[in-house]
Each structure stands twice: as structure tokens, then as C-alpha cells.
Write a protein that binds this ligand. Sequence first.
Ligand SMILES: C[S@@+](CC[C@H](N)C(=O)[O-])C[C@H]1O[C@@H](n2cnc3c(N)ncnc32)[C@H](O)[C@@H]1O
Length: 219
Amino acid sequence: MDSEKAKKSKASVRNRADAIKPFQCKNLIAVIEDPHDIKNIGTVIRNANALGVEKVYIVDTRGALPDDWQDMRERKSLSKTSVSAVKWTFVKRFDSTKNCLDHLEKNGFKSIVTSPHVKGKTNVFLHEGNYKQHTKLAVWFGNERRGISEMAVESSEMCVAIPMFGMIESLNLGTSSGIVLYEVTKQRREYQSQYRRSRNKGKRSEPLPTEMPHEEKTV
Ligand SMILES: C[S@@+](CC[C@H](N)C(=O)[O-])C[C@H]1O[C@@H](n2cnc3c(N)ncnc32)[C@H](O)[C@@H]1O
């Protein structure tokens, strides 16, 4: 790429980064618990990035991923499956569910889990849930075969299910992350548009837009 082209491309990336900033959902984390398929991991990171989720945490008990985000960004398999979203969305790995839960709790996050099955004390269908009540929220997705762990369920405020109408038991992990995070980010963007970041600061005099103008949608 000649230097003029490189400059233009850098500027367009910067413009895009500035344009999406107000639509990002602060203090929202997607957690994937012990995922095995790299395509699913890439898809969740891609969905998180596209929908404006701030971070992705991965419980990686097999030690399949690098510890450091910088190293993840350079891992070809992750870059390919996430269509480079791993470059833009912060990803943190944990050795165990407990370490991840402890880290979230220490930082004031509440967890909710997702499952096609009824789990834990409070169960809601996706469209019934209120995802604005906790300032800091972590949304957990389970392993492809085993689903979400008991430990994560027990530490969560509620279990969210996407209603199912077919013969099969569950949706694919990557697919369900897209559906759930769409609803969660939509609600949280609506909230952010009306209230200032810190709850004490109260309602905005003018709500912020919740959608990007059409012309901004393509790079
Ligand atoms: C392939 S599913 C796991 C199926 C597993 N047999 C089970 O019992 O949960 C992988 C993950 O996708 C999410 N998922 C799949 N279908 C879902 C649904 N209908 N509602 C909510 N989450 C779902 C959950 O996070 C689940 O742990």
C-alpha cells in the first residue's frame, strides 16, 4: 500500500472508531465458559464487537489460548474466525470458572447465565428479561456439549432462555450469543441514551441516539 493510501485507510479506521464510541455498551462483558470450537469462540468475539459489547472473557480450562490479549490478536485462528474482531475487542482468559467469577465479583459485576434449560432460581425468556438493572453486567454462555456449569448458575442473578420451537434441544453457541447479546445491548443502549453513565448523574436533558445514521454503517 502506498503511503497516501495507508494514511487514508488509517483515517477511515479512526473515523469509524470515533463514530461507534457513543454506541458501545460500557460495563457489559460476554463470558464464554470452556468453549472447545475455535469457530464458536471467533463468532462470539465477532458478535460482541458488532453489537457493542465492551469485553469478552473466556474460561479456558484446557489452556488452549494465550494469556495475553496481544498474543490472541496475533493468533491466526482467532483473527480468521472472528474476522479480525479480536483486534478491536478486548479478550481476557481465565483458567477456571471460579477465577473468572472472583474477578467479576471483585470488580462489581453481576452475572446472568444463558441456557436452553430451566436452571437456578430465576428463569426468564430472553424478551422478558430486564438487562438494565445492573450497572455492571456479565452474560455467560456455556460449553457446546455440557452447557453452563452449576457453579456459574449458582453465582448468577438469573438464567435466560431463547424460546425454542423445533425438535432440537439447543442453538449453537455462536448463534445464541448473537441473539442474546442483540437484546441485551439494545436495552442497555436505550438506557445509556437516557441516563448519564454514573447513575447519580441522573437523566440526560436530551436522549442520545441509539442507532447509527445509515451512511455511517458501512466503512
Ligand atoms: C450448544 S449449547 C449447549 C447445549 C447443552 N447440551 C446444554 O445442556 O445446555 C451452548 C450454549 O449456547 C447457549 N444456548 C444454546 N441454546 C440456547 C437457548 N435456547 N437459550 C439460551 N441459551 C442457549 C447456552 O449458553 C449454552 O450453554
